[in-house]
Design a protein around this ligand. Sequence first.
Ligand code: HEC
Length: 142
Amino acid sequence: MITRKQLLALVGFVILGAIIIWIGRDDPSQRPKIEEQPPVQTPVTQPSTQSDFNQITLPHDDPEFPPGPGRELFLARCTVCHSLRYITMQPNFSKKVWAKEVAKMINTYKAHITGEEAREIINYLATVKGTDQDGASNSKLK
Ligand code: HEC
């Protein structure tokens, strides 16, 4: 049986809970007022014809590699990560140094180049940007 005291305590808790909920309620009249503003109309200017676009012609910056065996493979494999400037800005190297360079691209930077492809690329590089028997630079690049 619930005693009179317990009943009073229960009613007290219910009233207290109701008061707490009422205080914590979201009263719209207590919200900070935000002035409503009309949406800003930004004028959109659209080019009416193709000739409204400006055009610039960039200077030619692609190094020119002369034709020869391995050229296409070299252009395909060695432009994946960087521009050909990385190759043209080097001094002319012996075949041995080019072989080391290509091996570095494969082993260190994980270039996807097979052994057969590497040989072809090294031969091409040694031909167009190599050194002759006396170790003198022998560049065929334009
Ligand atoms: C998987 C990406 C990748 C491919 C493919 C790649 N390279 Fe590189 N290469 C790099 C990175 C990375 C560097 C170093 C960049 C730096 O140090 O700023 C680099 C630098 C170079 C340099 C500058 C000298 C040096 O050793 O840092 C040369 C020369 C070069 N690469 C040649 C080649 C040639 C030739 C090929 C084709 C056989 C090739 N790269 C393909 C990633 C690549």
